[in-house]
Write a protein that binds this ligand. Structure first.
Ligand SMILES: [Zn+2]
Length: 291
């Protein structure tokens, strides 16, 4: 466990710091480079998908692990797990969204020796804070290529938690009871991703017993509850793919959201590790060879 904590701290050290296309483009590039290197170190095939915006090129970092089941397994639609790597201007983005990237890197490492029946794609998206331009480009190209997906799991702010009462705000219009203790992971899906929501819930309970979850399945593409559309999963919903977002609920819990105080020392690393364990288990359930 110590080595995992050490690894997580090292990733956070490398990633945390403003990563913005206009005000810190070099840090944004550095983060993309770090992610590519780490995915490659864990044995994944890496590539970049270029996204051209404002006359400049940005990139989604893509890491692929293919099925070990030959042509038949290759034919099964892949499972995608994604997290954005840009920040807003003026924030070091520890929770938003270095936390999601740490989970991606942990999943990459833990699936390294795993045999797969279907491909897994890990994607670090650029430009989420700019109207989700990175994931929009990714999902619309997939759709244009008539590529299917088993599902997309998006990680958006997954490192802030507190068990004190009164630490959780209730997002307006949410039709379920929300606890006032901000120590659960929210799982938000829609009708077409209901089974993915259930799988994640179950795996959180079974393999990371300390991780409480709260699930919400919204109709359609979440149009009636705009708060539920606030990350890259909405790009997949819009393109007709089953997708869920895992989140600590961001500004409804974290007072440092989008501020200069979104720093590493505010993160709950145990919570973050439990999220990584859950997502790894779900990835193995969906794409792994079962014993
Ligand atoms: Zn974010």
């Amino acid at each position: 466990m110590l080595t995992q904590r050490f690894r997580i701290n090292r990733h956070l050290e490398a990633l945390v710091g403003e990563r913005h296309p206009e005000t810190s483009p070099r840090a944004l590039q550095k983060a993309a480079h770090y992610l590519t290197t780490q995915f490659a170190k864990s044995g994944w095939n890496t590539s970049s998908q270029l996204v051209s915006v404002w006359g400049k090129a940005y990139r989604n970092v893509v890491a692929i692990k293919n099925s070990d089941r030959g042509p038949q397994g290759e034919a099964l639609p892949p499972l995608l797990i994604g997290a954005h790597y840009d920040t807003v201007s003026g924030s070091p983005g520890a929770d938003d969204n270095a936390s999601g990237l740490v989970v991606l890197l942990e999943v990459a490492l833990r699936l390294r020796a795993q045999s797969l029946v279907r491909p897994v794609w890990l994607v670090a998206f650029c430009l989420e804070e700019q109207d989700r331009l990175g994931s929009q480009a990714f999902a619309s190209r997939l759709k244009a290529e008539r590529c299917e997906l088993a599902g997309a799991i998006i990680l958006e702010c997954v490192g802030f938690a507190s068990s004190e009462a009164g630490t959780q705000q209730i997002p307006p219009g949410v039709p379920i009871a929300v606890p006032t203790q901000g120590d659960f992971l929210a799982i938000v899906g829609n009708e077409s991703s209901r089974s993915l929501v259930r799988q994640l819930e179950q795996d959180a309970r079974r393999h990371a017993a300390k991780l409480k979850t709260l699930s919400l399945v919204v109709p359609g593409r979440g149009e009636a509850m705009p708060h539920t559309r606030r990350s890259d999963h909405a790009s997949f919903w819009d393109a007709g793919y089953p997708a869920v977002v895992l989140t600590d609920t961001a500004n409804f819990r974290n007072p440092h959201y989008h501020r200069e105080t979104d720093t590493v020392d505010t993160l709950n690393l145990e919570f973050l590790s439990n999220v990584a364990a859950t997502v790894t288990t779900t990835a193995i359930q969906i794409a792994g060879v079962r014993p």
